[in-house]
Design a protein around this ligand. Structure first.
Ligand code: PMP
Length: 359
């Protein structure tokens, strides 16, 4: 068996221990004579899976009781519409524009309400996270929307803005479960699963209870948070296999010591790479130091046209998917929870060798 170090931004690598457990369970899940894919979503065995997945996520993220955990479909992109449809009252919302995914959220929200972009880093190519003060927020806004980690640009918030009484909504797709966060600061958290949670096809929502039950009459049933809240995420057939893999990932995280331990490991991995880039006179980071993501690390080779060669040679060494997003160029190493420290060490060893060969 060959396993590579997969630096993909998503879908991205899963822990090998999870894949092996899923493999062992595959043909006959707990004596049922079926795989989880073949189990009814109303069966007792699946009820155990979804109940435990939620319980583990609550434990890992320390989610207060007055928040619902919902397992839905449609990706984070579906939430760009679902959020305004569920939260609009006054018909206006404040957004912070920190990159490609924020822009998509803004574009979709504009179909439903007046969007006020209260801060943006577009003037400097989204290389930093703009400061958001409470006095910048419209007290009448239905919500404030942020993208906590910008997968493409490699930036992340290191302090969550205080939005007072206006609910804070966060697209946490690319950094959920990577570090400890205070859920009580948020009204809604949403994340596509395909980075730190499990396979694509599952979307996780964490919604404060008072924000459920207020959807506009036009809101499609499947986008209404109330639908999924009332039915414990079983209104229709949920992405059962994705929920099962997510449960295994949550167990793996818990065994490793939970989010505190994972955060320390992630900070260590990111520091290794940033520190090497800082001392290297070959590579550089396009992102301002105070705004750097510990999940997605873009880097460039200034003044040289070597990106294609770098990606090709890296791949030959088992270092996969290092090409930067087409909108920013250069390289990007996505080092989510499942990437071991050795993966980053191997990448740095390759970067050193590549730099020596091309100086
Ligand atoms: N937001 C962010 C921050 C993302 O990284 C992504 C996916 N890369 C999305 C939204 C879109 O997610 P999905 O493909 O699940 O719709």
């Amino acid at each position: 068996m060959k396993r590579v170090h997969n630096f993909s931004a998503g879908p991205s690598m899963l822990p090998l221990a999870v894949l092996e457990k899923a493999q062992a369970d595959l043909p006959d899940y707990q004596g049922s004579g079926m795989s989880v894919m073949e189990l009814s979503h109303r069966s007792g065995l699946f009820t155990d899976i979804i109940t435990n997945a939620e319980k583990l996520l609550r434990e890992l993220m320390n989610i207060p009781d007055h928040y619902k955990v919902l397992f839905v479909q449609g990706g984070a992109s579906q939430q760009f519409a679902a959020v305004p449809l569920n939260l609009m009252k006054n018909g206006k919302a404040d957004f912070v524009n920190t990159g490609s995914w924020s822009k998509k959220a803004i574009k979709e929200a504009k179909k439903y309400l007046d969007v006020n972009v209260i801060a943006s880093s577009e003037n400097e190519n989204f290389t930093y996270i703009p400061t958001v003060h409470k006095d910048m927020i419209d007290p009448e806004a239905d919500f404030v929307h942020i993208t906590t980690n910008n997968t493409i640009e490699g930036t992340a918030y290191h302090e969550i803005p205080d939005t007072g009484n206006v609910p804070l909504v966060a697209d946490m797709s690319s950094n959920i479960l990577s570090e400890e966060i205070d859920v009580s600061k948020f009204g809604v958290i949403y994340a596509g699963a395909q980075k730190n949670i499990g396979p694509a096809g599952l979307t996780v929502l964490i919604v404060r209870e008072d924000l459920i039950g207020n959807a506009t009459p036009q809101c499609p049933t499947m986008l209404d948070y109330q639908t999924h809240s009332d039915s414990d995420s079983l209104y229709n057939t949920p992405p059962t296999y994705g929920i099962y893999i997510a449960k295994l990932v949550f167990e793996w995280l818990k065994d490793l010591g939970g989010l505190q331990a994972m955060q320390a490991r992630n900070e260590k991995k990111a520091a290794l790479l940033y520190d090497y880039i800082a001392v290297s006179d070959f590579y550089s980071s396009p992102v301002k130091e105070e705004s750097r993501s510990i999940m997605n690390i873009p880097f460039i080779i200034p003044g040289r046209d070597l990106d294609g060669e770098f990606v090709k040679e890296a791949q030959q060494e088992g270092l996969e998917t290092l090409k930067g997003h087409r909108s920013v160029g250069g390289m990007r190493a996505s080092i989510y929870n499942a990437m071991p420290v050795e993966g980053v060490e191997d990448l740095i060893a390759f970067m050193k060798k590549f730099a020596e060969n091309h100086q």
